[in-house]
Design a protein around this ligand. Structure first.
Ligand SMILES: [Zn+2]
Ligand SMILES: [Zn+2]
Length: 174
């Protein structure tokens, strides 16, 4: 959605929409489900430039990296950005003077595209590594069974071949 900044003078520009994004369009090995995303906010005139306040709410499903079971996470997030014309972007030497609390987005011209802002927020809210539970035991590499559901005896059957020789040797004696 494109917002024309020059038209925002006394009244703030408000938007409220429901968006859908393919989970595969974000960078994550774990993300298997996303949305629908409720995305709303407003842009108001600030002392210099404009202030954007956006809110997003949605559910995302992440496959556990150990057992592959999906976990649903509810995301409620808010984004605040100071919108400034590109011409006011500081040169390298001035960067230290920037206010650190508020993120600044520099735009070219009069149009603000809020699509990349939404996409960035979605990406930011994808956890780096989300286990279905802290102590997930994962899948058995031998039978593929979920060790959280039932313990298989694959590990016990995988006996060190050297012990196998000794055991057979012991049997032979009796
Ligand atoms: Zn798991
Ligand atoms: Zn197994």
């Amino acid at each position: 959605m494109l917002i024309r900044l020059a038209e925002i003078i006394d009244e703030p520009f408000r938007w409220a929409e429901t968006r859908s994004f393919a989970a595969a369009s974000l960078e994550s090995d774990q993300l298997v489900g996303l949305g629908p995303i409720s995305w709303s906010g407003e842009v108001t005139q600030a002392a210099t430039g404009h202030l954007l306040v956006g809110r997003l709410g949605y559910e995302q499903q992440l496959a556990c990296p150990r057992c592959l079971k999906p976990t649903t996470i509810v995301v409620e997030a808010e984004v605040e950005l100071l919108i400034q014309p590109r011409s006011s972007e500081p040169t390298l030497g001035e960067v230290e003077l920037e206010e650190e609390d508020l993120s600044i987005l520099y735009v070219d011209g009069d149009e603000l595209d809020i699509e990349p802002i939404l996409r960035e927020q979605l990406q930011l809210n994808v956890p780096m590594r989300q286990l279905c539970r802290e102590d997930c035991r994962g899948l058995c590499p031998i039978c593929g069974g979920d060790r959280n559901d039932e313990a298989c005896d694959c590990e016990e059957r995988q006996v060190d071949p050297r012990w196998e020789v000794l055991r057979n040797f012991g049997r032979g004696k009796h």
